[in-house]
Design a protein around this ligand. Structure first.
Ligand code: SF4
Length: 402
């Protein structure tokens, strides 16, 4: 799924006092709101996000919690002390589509009582294909949703079963049809690549099948093995092998070539878009602008400080019902932190970075190796560079701090 995800283990051992500096004070009012909806039918084999596995989703309780958090924000008692005027709203998770048609409509109507946005705003919901019916798609569109990020992951039945996904391959195409018939034209499909060699999956076929559906946006994520996930346990027990680096690289480069040839711009290391279809909400993260966030485990940023809510759903709701700010903690970014994040984010995107002459010289070898180019005075990583993103970002940050 797309960005905005909140890792369940983030800052788990952080002993700093709760929200020591009080609610974030936005110098620039945030134009972007992320709402974390934590519910999933079961945990996918690779997932370590902050989720609440529920057979029955407690829709009314969850929306009551969101209403309380928004009210606290409006009173200046919690994380966002202002009324929001939004350019983008992103319902992420978890699986927001598990709220159903009426649940999503109720959630958006609750948010609308504390925020305004125009028809030009981007309103995205993450959905699993098996939650998309003609009825739910119509209800989401009626509530103002105009973009859906669909967690397809693969079209291969054995790979879907290995991932513990709840949908089958046919439901992906059916979901796309329902969403388009309901009038939701902006669609993003997520796929996962670099699966271990023993998993039956034809990456070239998956790319062809996603192209046949012609979504205007595609997100591709390389599989990572996180501890405390089913996949992490399989790895510990030796039941699954490491994905070789060569598989990661060949999958990444095949996607770049295939999607590029089909007219998609590879505008961020994990994201592709048809012209004019870049994800506006996630682009706000990559532009380092302030954003607000509510819901369990939600992270927000005011330009200098980041704060985040408690992760477990029950704890988040309990605090709100006691009238207590659900913020777990925060961190103030130092100028060095900000510079390092700007470098990393800049290298992630096709927009790249403006460099000093000294750093331009420092990256001469990158250009000789084919890892980067200079376009309109900005340093841009190539796909070969993106395969080395972390190491290059660390190298450039160190060079810039000398
Ligand atoms: S549906 Fe998404 S959030 Fe839920 S368990 Fe699967 S990957 Fe994680």
């Amino acid at each position: 799924m797309e960005g905005g995800k909140q890792r369940s283990d983030r800052h788990a051992s952080d002993a700093s006092p709760v929200n020591p500096l009080g609610p974030l004070t936005f110098c620039v009012p945030p134009r972007h709101l992320y709402v974390h909806v934590p519910f999933c039918a079961r945990r996918c084999s690779y997932c370590d996000f902050s989720i609440a596995v529920r057979r029955e989703v407690p829709v009314a309780d969850y929306i009551d919690g969101i209403r309380r958090e928004l009210e606290m924000c409006a009173l200046g008692q919690a994380n966002v002390a202002m009324r929001l005027e939004l350019d983008t709203l992103y319902l992420g998770g978890g699986t927001p589509s598990r709220l159903g048609g009426a649940g999503v409509a109720d959630l958006i109507s609750t948010i609308r009582s504390h925020a305004t946005w125009s028809d030009a705003a981007e309103v995205t919901i993450e959905a699993n294909p098996d939650d998309v019916t003609a009825e739910s798609a119509r209800a989401w569109r009626g509530a103002g949703v105009n973009r859906v990020s669909l967690g397809a992951q693969t079209f291969s039945p054995p790979a879907l079963a290995w991932m513990h996904r709840t949908h089958d391959a046919e439901q992906i195409g059916a979901a796309v049809t329902h969403l388009r018939e309901a009038g939701i034209a902006q669609l993003s499909l997520d796929l996962i690549f670099a699966l271990p060699p023993e998993v039956e999956r034809d990456w070239r076929d998956d790319l062809a099948r996603v192209l046949a559906l012609r979504p205007d946006h595609i997100s591709l994520y390389g599989l990572t093995v996180e501890p405390r996930t089913p996949l992490g346990h399989w790895r510990e027990r030796g039941e699954v092998s490491e994905t070789p680096d060569t598989r990661y690289e060949s999958d990444f480069l095949l996607a770049h070539d295939t999607l590029g040839a089909a007219g998609y711009e590879h505008y961020e290391v994990s994201n592709y878009a048809l012209p004019g279809a870049r994800a506006r909400h996630n682009s706000s993260y990559w532009q380092h602008v302030p954003y607000a966030a509510i819901g369990p485990a939600a992270h927000r940023f005011d330009g200098e400080r980041r704060s985040w809510n408690v992760g477990p759903y029950a704890e988040w709701l309990h605090k709100l019902r006691l009238g207590v700010d659900p913020t777990e903690s925060d961190e103030l970014l130092t100028p060095a932190d900000v510079e390092s994040e700007r470098t990393y984010i800049g290298l992630r995107t096709l927009d790249g970075l403006v460099l000093t002459e000294e750093l331009r010289l420092h990256t001469t070898r990158w250009r000789e190796e084919g890892w980067a180019t200079i376009v309109d005075g900005r340093l841009r990583l190539t796909p070969l560079g993106w395969l080395r993103l972390d190491a290059l970002a660390v190298d450039l940050t160190h060079a810039g701090s000398r």
